[in-house]
Design a protein around this ligand. Structure first.
Ligand SMILES: O=C1O[C@H](COP(=O)(O)O)[C@@H](O)[C@H](O)[C@H]1O
Length: 232
């Protein structure tokens, strides 16, 4: 599938444009089938986009929101992606959206993955909108280089759902939707900012070793076109 590049002057312009595109897609899904689903990334990049999207005048009560990945930490932990979404996206009109957390208060990430696969898959798959980020190591979602379940998570034949992932560079254990859950979103976005991330993207586009840079799985073989949103 062909990837498209959308470049902006700055992060605020990108946030407004991406929020408008996502809101339109969610509104059209609601008009077609009554509900819409949105899976977003955590990290430092999406804050302004979340703020812009939270004010969109759509029927948020009909939108399921979840995370493409999460750290195995409770929602009050400063490193929780859920916390980031609570504070920046699930505010204003978007506070009415139905949020599906990936973290579950159980012993292991593996147990949480099993529980949330049932909850999240029924409500939201296939996703209408998926917003991916990318780390400077070439990870996306929690597909980390060196991750203990990376090959399985990236295998197109692994069923849609959530898996646990452990990697030296990831800090905590992670929960991540599998590649097959994300690659066919009706709108599949890669949102990156900064020159350093553009260099990482160009390196990823120049090769095909997915174990080295897992973002390559998305760029090279997602069945939906990847809409790349970038600002310096
Ligand atoms: O660990 C994570 O990092 C990536 C990228 O984060 P950023 O801070 O460089 O924007 C993010 O996409 C992912 O959801 C998150 O769990």
């Amino acid at each position: 599938m062909t990837n498209s590049m959308h470049s902006f002057e700055n992060g605020d312009a990108l946030a407004d444009a991406l929020a408008a595109t996502v809101a339109e897609k969610l509104a059209s899904a609601i008009a077609d089938k009554g509900t819409a689903s949105l899976a977003v990334s955590g990290g430092s990049t999406p804050k302004a986009f979340f703020r812009a999207l939270s004010t969109a005048p759509i029927e948020w009560t009909n939108v399921h929101v979840t995370l493409v990945d999460e750290r195995f930490v409770p929602e009050d932990n400063p490193r929780s992606n859920h916390l980031l979404v609570n504070e920046n996206l699930l505010v204003s009109p978007a506070a009415k959206a139905r949020f599906i957390p990936l973290y579950q208060p159980v012993e292991t990430a593996e147990e949480a993955a099993e529980i949330v696969t049932n909850k999240a898959s029924a409500a939201s798959l296939p996703f209408d909108v998926v917003i991916l980020g990318m780390g400077t190591d070439g990870h996306t979602a929690s597909f980390f280089p060196g991750g203990d379940t990376l090959a399985k998570a990236l295998d197109k034949n692994t069923p849609a759902g959530v898996m646990a992932m452990n990697a030296e560079t990831a800090g905590e254990a992670r929960l991540t939707f599998t590649f097959s859950s994300l690659e066919n979103a009706s709108l599949l976005v890669l949102h990156i900012e900064g020159e350093k991330k553009m260099d990482v993207l160009n390196k990823a586009l120049a090769g095909d070793d997915e174990a080295e840079m897992p973002i390559r799985a998305v760029l090279n073989r997602a069945s939906s076109p990847v809409e790349i949103y970038w600002a310096p």
